[in-house]
Ligand binder design. Structure first.
Ligand SMILES: Nc1nc2c(c(=O)[nH]1)N[C@H]1C(S)=C(S)[C@@H](COP(=O)(O)O)O[C@H]1N2
Ligand SMILES: [Mo]
Length: 543
């Protein structure tokens, strides 16, 4: 049979894109029912995140910041679109090529889905059904594009143009065929109108499936459950924040970081939607009595409130990945005492609903500090992005070894027997926070007016506390900054210092000393493997 080479390439690309769109829309719809992490685009992105080496992760975080996930998903979609267009073009030559392309496409998605933690066979359903419907759409659009119907005249009269070259697809005769075939031709012709109406139908189906998939995907349910949470009062309230904790200087990070301004770092391409009614925390491993807690049981335990500054190990010197919030939760130590820790255990391996894991030293959690299974942040139930319904918060440890969001499982174990998510990816197994100080105002590169100006920022040395902050200009004498008050050693501390700025270009440096008398090292180190060091240094122009 004649094989449609009369249809132009754009038609093939359109057929491919629309079929791909329908495949993804249907996959999303099915994923909403099976589990959002089984959506193949997300699974492929997740695999990319997990496979990317530490330097690439750092590059992504520093280059794209908190948009790194959108950039990744966008990248996956662009590649998919290109492949889909190519599949479409090939399909117009021979449908079998298109089917083969789709099958390959589906295989990649299915493998990605199956390699996710806790994946089951059913998790490939969104990929398989999506690809099947995509394949059907592809053949349907190809038929429309290539005028499957014969004209009335053609049904009777045998065509005379059909010759040996018609058996193949790229015969020279094809090239000369007019785009619209003459009546009487038995050959398939490019039918632009039918292609476009078919494609429009495909776009509608793809869009409707995707929208419905999102709605069924659980967001609404969990948002509603979150809004419905009634937070109990803490048995141990936080110390009141001293009036002098916030210097109220323009441009300086506020003492408490608002939830919507709080940095977010995690490996989750789609935020796990955990319904608190289904949530359970399982504590097992080296314990006398394994414990299982429901959300209601957790809320029924004595609650502690604490102001704690979280910090990410990926934060560069002077970077933005630190935030301070008031957390409400149950002391991890209290829950662990219920279970009864066995001797020899030195690691708490926590797992989130999406399979991410953290390894936290037992001694740190049990030493009396306010290490919490937190349920609230700044007076509201945890935002979904920050771990609703329950996350860990451990003062003094970087988030990657302590702050598991959407936590569902805690295995009491040993560092020499288990490994957490980031350890095989080039990050240290243990991550105590390194003392840091940051200049918030002025900004590096600012142009200032000569005269008296304020330099201000924050410093942190969680669980030890900041005792001094010093600033020097142009490598001159170190001068003591004025320190704001703090409620305890677990939060950052604001500081400020006045400076008589003379015209010219100036370098400003800052360093902090913790309550144990240790001054921040000048030695520069990158974030990997266990946290950046060095003094935050900025330059300003004074006129
Ligand atoms: N489930 C889960 N929890 C996680 C992570 C993650 O990738 N997945 N990242 C950790 C890291 S590296 C940090 S710095 C903190 C950040 O918490 P935030 O996003 O609430 O600021 O969460 C921690 N908890
Ligand atoms: Mo982090």
């Amino acid at each position: 049979m004649q094989r449609n080479s009369v249809a132009p390439a754009w038609a093939g690309a359109l057929v491919g894109l629309v079929s791909g769109g329908v495949a993804l829309g249907v996959a999303q719809l099915v994923a909403a029912l099976v589990g959002p992490e089984t959506f193949p685009v997300v699974a492929v992105g997740d695999v990319a995140v997990d496979l990317s080496p530490a330097p690439l992760k750092e590059f992504a975080i520093t280059t794209f910041g908190e948009n790194d996930k959108s950039v990744l998903v966008g990248g996956v979609l662009v590649v998919l679109a290109a492949v889909a267009a190519l599949i479409g073009v090939l399909s117009l030559r021979r449908l079998a090529y298109g089917f083969a392309g789709l099958a390959a496409f589906g295989a990649v998605g299915a493998i990605a889905v199956l390699t996710r933690p806790d994946a089951g066979v059913l998790d490939v359903l969104p990929t398989v059904i999506g690809v099947a419907v995509g394949a059907w759409t592809l053949s349907w659009l190809v038929r429309r594009a290539t005028g499957e119907r014969r004209t009335a005249a053609s049904s009777g009269a045998a065509p005379t143009v059909a010759g040996p070259s018609d058996a193949g697809s790229e015969g020279a005769a094809d090239v000369e065929r007019p785009v619209v075939m003459r009546a009487g031709d038995d050959l398939r012709a490019f039918d632009r109108r039918r292609l476009l109406t078919g494609a429009a139908g495909g776009v509608v189906v793809a869009g409707a499936a995707a929208v419905l998939g999102r709605q069924l995907g659980g967001r609404q349910v969990v948002d509603a459950a979150r809004v419905g949470v009634a937070l109990p009062k803490p048995v141990t309230p936080a110390k009141p924040i001293p009036a002098g904790a916030d210097l109220h200087i323009k441009g300086l990070s506020s003492f408490i970081t608002r939830n919507q301004d709080f940095y977010r770092v995690d490996t989750a391409l789609i935020v796990p939607q955990v319904d608190p009614r289904d949530w359970k925390l399982r504590i097992h491993g080296m314990v006398d009595r394994p414990v299982e807690l429901t959300y209601a049981e957790l809320l029924g335990m004595p609650l502690t409130e604490a102001d704690v500054t979280l910090t990410c190990v990926s934060n560069e010197v002077g970077g933005p990945y630190a935030g301070n919030a008031r957390w409400l939760g149950v002391r991890m130590a209290e829950v662990l005492r219920k279970a009864g820790l066995q001797s020899g255990a030195d690691m708490l391996l926590s797992t989130s609903a999406d399979g991410f894991t953290c390894g936290t030293p037992v001694d740190v959690v049990m030493d009396g500090r306010e290490a919490l299974f937190a349920i609230a942040m700044n007076g509201e139930a945890l935002p979904v992005d920050h771990g609703f319904p329950v996350r860990q918060v451990v003062p003094g440890l970087y988030g990657y070894v302590s702050a598991t969001k959407w936590v569902v499982d805690l295995k009491v174990t040993r560092f020499d027997q288990d490994e957490a998510y980031w350890t095989p990816r080039g990050w240290a197994a243990k991550g105590p926070i390194k003392t840091q100080s940051r200049i918030d105002v002025p900004n590096s590169g600012d142009s200032l007016k000569a005269g008296r100006t304020t330099i201000a920022g924050v410093a942190w040395a969680q669980h030890t506390g900041v005792d001094a902050v010093e600033v020097r200009v142009d490598r001159g004498e170190w001068r003591q900054a004025r320190l704001a008050e703090v409620p305890g050693p677990d939060t950052w501390r604001q500081w400020s210092i006045d400076w008589d700025a003379a015209p010219g270009r100036h370098t400003i440096e800052v360093r902090a000393t913790d309550a144990a008398g240790r001054t921040q090292t000048e030695q520069e180190a990158p974030p990997a493997p266990d946290g950046a060091t060095g003094w935050h240094t900025i330059t300003v122009q004074v006129a």
